[in-house]
Design a protein around this ligand. Structure first.
Ligand code: GAR
Length: 198
């Protein structure tokens, strides 16, 4: 049995999809969900699905080894950042080499980096697409998802998987977000399965 640990900061719909996907399998399971937000919805989602869930603060994450020790106890084969907004500490990446992956809601290397998360990304992509379509109406603009290895810098590690979706003239930041979530739900659990060689 392979063990999956998930970090998420907010709603946690991706975390929920990953938990449910592996609850239907016998070769891997989500054993721990961790959040930097005390009231994050993801903790409730994990709890309802019977998965161990905990929140932590900056001291436990960056200054002390409390979070590191919780991860070690979970014996993860993969650590998945699914909507996790804090910079991942180098000491944890080093303790689990090649085991930490992140999902980003755009086609990296575009629209990545500090501050580029969630709706900020979709608003930026929307403004960019609108300007491009205005300049060249026939031009096709795409956004998408990127799943990549985590390094001590935001959105910089090796790309494992990308999938794209067109941004059209009638799109809004909200419709882009909905399209991106659809792509995430369709691909993220499968990519994790592949990463675990299952
Ligand atoms: C997802 O779209 C994920 O790609 C994004 O946050 C959303 C979380 O949604 N991650 C980032 O922006 C990281 N830079 P969820 O909480 O419903 O899974």
């Amino acid at each position: 049995m392979k063990n999956i640990v998930i970090f998420a900061s907010g709603n946690g719909t991706n975390a929920q999809h990953i938990i449910e996907y592996f609850q239907d399998r016998t070769d891997a399971q989500v054993v721990q969900v961790l959040s930097n937000k005390l009231n994050a919805k993801v903790l409730e989602r994990a709890t309802l699905l019977g998965v161990s869930a905990m929140s932590f603060n900056k001291t436990a994450f960056y200054k002390r080894d409390d979070v590191l020790n919780v991860i070690k106890a979970a014996q993860p084969d993969i650590i998945v950042l699914a909507g996790f907004l804090w910079l991942f500490p180098e000491k944890i990446i080093q303790a689990f080499p090649n085991k930490v992956i992140n999902i980003h809601p755009a086609l990296l290397p575009d629209f990545g980096g500090k501050g580029m998360y969630g709706m900020n990304v979709h608003k930026t992509v929307h403004a960019f697409a609108k300007a491009e379509i205005l300049k060249t109406p026939a031009k096709k603009i795409y956004t998408g998802i990127t799943i990549h290895k985590v390094t001590p810098e935001y959105d910089k590690g090796d790309i494992i998987f990308q999938a794209k979706v067109e941004v059209t003239e009638s799109d809004t930041p909200e419709s882009i977000a909905a399209n991106i979530h659809k792509l995430e739900y369709a691909h993220f659990p499968e990519v994790i399965k592949g990463f675990l060689r299952l």
